[in-house]
Ligand binder design. Structure first.
Ligand SMILES: Cc1ncc(COP(=O)(O)O)c(C=O)c1O
Length: 477
């Protein structure tokens, strides 16, 4: 018997938003793989349009977005300048195979190269791809080509994507477990997560014990990473996010990265700075690693480069690693790698950054937001920790003791915000949150960098409402 054809949902004119949602979900359930997404929501929501800090559902209910597509939309939804640049490029040169050149690619590469030179005083080149994980894959090839090594260090709680190579250096075993042997699985080093110190130390007295544990690994060959006879290590690179993104916006203490970098430099281990989530002014600097006084050998970037428009990612690497004699044509290649629509929007985004005052405004807004979160913490002991750097802010949800992780409360907050049934300023509203962290109990806040003080106040009002309602309904008790 031949299978039943699925209903055609294109003809949907006379349906109410509720009927349309029901119909679309029924078809989605039949025709869409869930493998390319994450169905965190109990009732997946359909959205119709977006603007600034807001998404609007099929009933036109506004949802204040405090995660901006995991920090891919740093300049706000439907940013007029970015939209215009895309439209201009569509009319000018919408398609071009990437072995041919177009001016926007060169201008964008030049801006990125200059930004690294300004931020880190280093000379290098950039190279494009499409998604974040693909840029990570390209960086792995670059590391292997230069060092001939396939073993990497990475952090516990780190996230670098879900292609095969990126999964090998991403901490979660859950992402690898169904897919067989990963011979190149990274060695995962504890990240300095001071609120829950992996070594049970206190920041005031620990003297960066965690960094010293990394130093210790190189003391003798019997710790498994070094041949002291020739000074060679088995490891090609250390992959690091400046602040952990998916790991819950955890920020390392001052001085930590410097120690790690010094050891790596001594043994020829390259430093790969994954700026895919924290780059592009999320933390108040164009590159988040600029806060931490180290010089990466390779930087990978994606997401907010195009403000979430036509996908474009890439990497920057030091000249001696990536010059054409070392890394020639075809070393990595993808059909869409330097696509004209992505490079044009990326160029506009970088120009907006140059024209703006993000290095001042983001820390100022971040400080204001953090202050409000600290006040909220006084009201709700279930907020165990609040912290942040620029507009990368964290709110760790716990039980009443303020420490035992409460995934249940964080999940309930996420669902409650997405229900679109909140009330604020005389309006029905929703709140878009993202949950991360090692225990999936951290609300990772990444609002638009263009968020206003008034919208921050609204965000705090909605967060307060969501926590109060979830507690009343028994979550996290
Ligand atoms: C730090 C980091 N690296 C890599 C990736 C993978 O990027 P993509 O999802 O575009 O493949 C992400 C995505 O969230 C990320 O946050």
């Amino acid at each position: 018997m031949s299978p039943q054809p699925v209903a055609n949902t294109l003809d949907q004119e006379n349906l109410s938003p509720q009927e349309l949602t029901k119909k679309l979900l029924a078809v989605e359930n039949k025709v869409c793989s869930y493998g390319d997404t994450v169905h965190y929501a109990k009732d997946p929501k359909f959205f119709k349009h977006c603007e600034g800090s807001y998404l609007f559902d099929l009933e036109e209910t506004p949802y204040l977005d405090l995660q901006m597509w995991y920090s891919a939309v740093n300049l706000g939804y439907a940013n007029p300048r970015v939209n215009e640049s895309l439209k201009r490029q569509i009319d000018q040169l919408p398609q071009l195979a990437c072995q041919y050149l177009h001016p926007e690619k060169i201008h964008l590469a030049e801006k990125l190269v200059n930004s690294v030179q300004k931020g880190f005083g280093q000379v290098g080149r950039v190279h494009f791809n499409v998604g974040g994980a693909q840029a990570v894959e390209d960086s792995l090839k670059l590391v292997r080509k230069h060092t001939r090594k396939q073993h990497m260090f990475a952090f516990e709680g780190g996230y670098h994507g879900r292609t095969l190579g990126a999964s090998a250096i991403t901490s979660s075993y859950r992402y690898r477990e169904p897919f067989g042997e990963f011979g190149d699985r990274a060695e995962f080093i504890p990240f300095p997560y001071c609120f829950r110190c992996p070594y049970g130390k206190e920041p005031d007295s620990c003297k960066l014990y965690c960094a010293q544990q990394f130093v210790r690994k190189f003391e003798t060959e019997y710790y498994g990473v070094l041949n002291p006879k020739n000074g060679k290590s088995e490891f090609g690179a250390f992959y690091m996010e400046p602040l952990q993104g998916t790991g819950g916006y955890v920020k390392p203490p001052e001085g930590y990265f410097e120690i790690i970098a010094e050891v790596c430099k001594a043994y020829g281990i390259l430093l790969v700075d994954d700026e895919i989530q924290m780059g592009f002014f999320r933390t108040g600097k164009l590159w988040a690693m600029e806060h931490f006084g180290i010089k990466p050998d390779i930087i990978v970037f994606g997401k907010a480069l195009t403000n979430g428009m036509n996908a474009l990612s890439g990497l920057w690497a030091k000249e001696e690693l990536i010059n054409p004699e070392q890394f020639g044509p075809g070393s990595t290649h993808s059909t869409f790698s330097s696509n004209t629509l992505g490079t044009a929007t990326g160029l506009e985004v970088m120009t907006i950054f140059e024209d703006g005052d993000f290095e001042t405004s983001v820390p100022a807004k971040g400080a204001y937001f953090l202050e409000q979160l600290q006040s909220l913490q006084k009201k709700h002991p279930e907020i165990g920790d609040v912290d942040g750097l620029g507009l990368a802010l964290r709110m760790e949800m716990c039980q009443k003791d303020g420490f035992t992780p409460s995934r249940e409360l964080a999940d309930a907050m996420f669902q409650k915000g997405l229900s679109g049934d909140l009330q604020a300023r005389g309006k029905k509203m929703g709140l878009i949150l993202d949950i991360g962290g090692y225990y999936k109990n951290v609300v990772t806040l990444a609002p638009s960098l263009t968020i206003t003080h008034d919208e921050i106040d609204l965000g705090i009002e909605l967060l307060d409402q969501v926590i109060t309602l979830c507690k009343k309904e028994g979550a996290g008790a």
